[in-house]
Design a protein around this ligand. Structure first.
Ligand SMILES: *C1O[C@H](CO)[C@@H](O)[C@H](O)[C@H]1NC(C)=O
Ligand SMILES: *[C@@H]1O[C@H](CO)[C@@H](O)[C@H](O)[C@H]1NC(C)=O
Ligand SMILES: *[C@@H]1O[C@H](CO)[C@@H](O)[C@H](O)[C@H]1NC(C)=O
Length: 430
């Protein structure tokens, strides 16, 4: 996915230029701060889609935020800083408050966050928080939910700079986190402390370890952990029924990726779903302290081996399809990729595969197939990355006018390679 993200970003800068810069979504992935201490990154920094993915190309993380200086009035800074980390609090943030432990530089991004919204209304009647047999507490659908329906738009209660875990002593870390949580209004504090802690030790830290999403506010120092009490009870499944993304306003969005029946548990994947079983198990153990017990991890050995073989084939084919000089890439290979995704039930993670398909068909001049897959990529991207993501927009362009897209017919041997292609290949190899 790494090269794909870069490729898409590059494509979007070429097609529509600067305007996309302000619309791409924040880099994030579900993971856990503990992994950085252990040296296991649930998703490495380069795997993320950055707010400003075009480092060096153009742009600037701060351009990703709408100008909204007025909101600064609602933030206050506590006097107690440790090292370069201070606590900023917005008591009125979506009625429950938010505390942010970060550097002065990163606060410059945070202060622009809107504190309320009139446009989004949650549909929290769609699920209940109940005991799930064998899995502790979880969220369960109250009613039938259709593919594509938004489930909840959750706001962070606590945002903590990753440097705290690297730079501070445990005592200083605990002190800052306790102060941050104590600065929240009562409802915010209670919803933070009501979250589960699976790792033991200091409670506020344990809760952060157990429930964090990684958020990148921009290079070079923007890595944070965010906790979202409203969705912290979403359990992991390697083949979940929800996709999630975090937008520029740090709102965590979940959408159904397939039809869900009343009574079904709602789940998300905390990890890269294309990893083979042993890697998934290790990742969850190291980062979240539990072993992977989802249906896909619990398959009998023969089926688990077959699943791993499919995942490895997916990786091989995607590597072939991302090499635009490949002589092996063919319509049959693309169809094989689609079959593998289907057999692996990766319905929540389709945007990348459809994008590979669309671009490859297009590169070889098969405009109709390119258009078909570009439309599918747009639909999947909206679920997986949000309607404002740059990937959505570049695929929309491809879908609406296959004949006009720059990547058409650039396969070697078919036409003269333009300087465009060499810069494109450069972008792919970095
Ligand atoms: C594919 O290439 C064609 C040929 O130029 C181009 O017009 C079109 O925009 C590209 N995209 C799709 C989806 O076909
Ligand atoms: C990034 O944004 C800041 C603040 O708007 C500005 O001062 C700086 O020049 C920008 N950097 C680039 C590379 O555009
Ligand atoms: C962020 O919030 C602002 C202000 O409410 C809004 O105009 C903007 O559309 C939001 N951005 C996203 C990506 O939802």
């Amino acid at each position: 996915m790494r090269s794909l993200n870069r490729f898409i970003f590059f494509l979007s800068t070429l097609s529509v230029g600067h305007t996309l810069q302000t619309q791409s979504q924040l880099g994030f992935c579900a993971w856990n701060p503990r992994s950085s201490l252990l040296g296991h990154h649930a998703c490495s920094i380069t795997d993320e889609t950055h707010l400003s993915s075009g480092e060096g190309l153009e742009g600037n993380a701060s351009q990703g935020y709408p100008p909204n200086e007025v909101n600064e009035a609602v933030w206050s800074r506590r006097d107690d800083c440790i090292d370069k980390y201070c606590i900023w609090v917005n008591q009125g943030f979506f009625e429950r408050g938010i505390a942010v432990v970060t550097t002065a530089q990163n606060y410059q991004q945070i202060k622009h966050l809107p504190s309320s919204a009139t446009d989004t209304k949650d549909n929290n009647d769609r699920f209940s928080f109940v005991d799930v047999p064998g899995r502790g507490k979880g969220l369960v659908a109250n009613k039938a939910i259709r593919r594509g329906e938004p489930i909840v738009a959750a706001k962070p209660a606590l945002l903590v700079h990753r440097g705290l875990f690297e730079d501070l002593s445990p005592e200083d870390l605990y002190e800052l986190l306790d102060m941050a949580v104590d600065s929240l209004p009562k409802t915010g504090r209670e919803s933070y402390m009501a979250q589960a802690g699976e790792m033991g030790g200091h409670l506020a830290t344990n809760i952060l370890f157990t429930n964090s999403y990684q958020i990148n506010l921009g290079e070079p120092d923007g890595f944070h952990y965010g906790t979202y009490p409203d969705v912290s009870r979403l359990n992991h499944d390697c083949r979940p029924n929800l996709a999630f993304y975090i937008d520029q306003n740090l709102t965590h969005h979940t959408r159904a990726v397939r039809d869900i029946k009343p009574g079904e548990e709602l789940t998300v994947s905390y990890i890269d779903p294309l990893q083979v079983r042993i890697a998934r198990q290790e990742r969850l153990r190291n980062t979240l302290g539990f072993s992977c017990g989802c249906s896909q991890c619990s398959l009998p050995k023969s089926e688990a081996d077959a699943s791993d073989a499919r995942l490895l084939s997916i990786q091989e084919i995607e590597s072939e399809l991302s090499d635009f000089n490949s002589q092996a890439a063919s319509p049959a290979m693309i169809e094989r990729l689609m079959t593998l995704y289907e057999e692996e039930r990766l319905v929540f993670n389709m945007a990348g595969a459809y994008t590979f398909a669309a671009l490859n068909h297009n590169l070889s001049g098969r405009a109709e197939m390119a258009q078909k897959y570009a439309r599918m990529a747009v639909e999947a991207d909206i679920l997986e990355e949000g309607p404002h993501s740059s990937d959505v927009q570049s695929m929309q362009i491809l879908a609406s006018n296959p004949k006009g897209h720059w990547s058409f017919n650039l396969k070697p041997g078919r036409c003269t390679l333009s300087s465009l292609l060499s810069s494109f290949q450069l972008a792919l190899t970095h």
